[in-house]
Design a protein around this ligand. Structure first.
Ligand code: FES
Length: 112
């Protein structure tokens, strides 16, 4: 079974985590199931950026993002070439290393 290594995140997962995943699950669902509360303000319908993640390893094993996802990602805080929306990134048979960005767009706005 593929694994997702989640790098430490100050609030959501201070120690980091290693999660078991199944092919076809989204990164967001696996995280939520394991108690890592990544935000998902639009209920996983690819209409916000709060579930933004950065895939540090295994990015190429994921299905490519579609145009809608890319448009949303353009608005994400801290966008990187390996950014994805967690609710759209489906796991295949490869392990992933995932970083949760420090802020979502909502937080970034609040902190200004
Ligand atoms: S939860 Fe809104 S895009 Fe993923």
């Amino acid at each position: 079974m593929p694994k997702i290594i989640v790098l430490p995140h100050q609030d959501l997962c201070p120690e980091g985590a290693e999660l078991e995943a199944k092919e076809g699950e989204t990164v967001l669902d696996v995280a939520l199931k394991n108690g890592i509360g990544i935000e998902h303000a639009c209920e996983k319908s690819c209409a916000c950026t709060t579930c933004h993640i950065i895939v540090r390893e295994g990015f190429d094993s994921l299905d490519e993002s579609d145009e809608l996802e890319d448009d949303m990602l353009d608005k994400a805080w801290g966008l990187e070439p390996e950014s994805r929306l967690g609710c759209q990134a489906k796991i295949t048979d490869e392990d992933l290393v995932v970083e949760i960005p420090r802020y979502t767009l909502n937080h970034a706005a609040e902190n200004h």
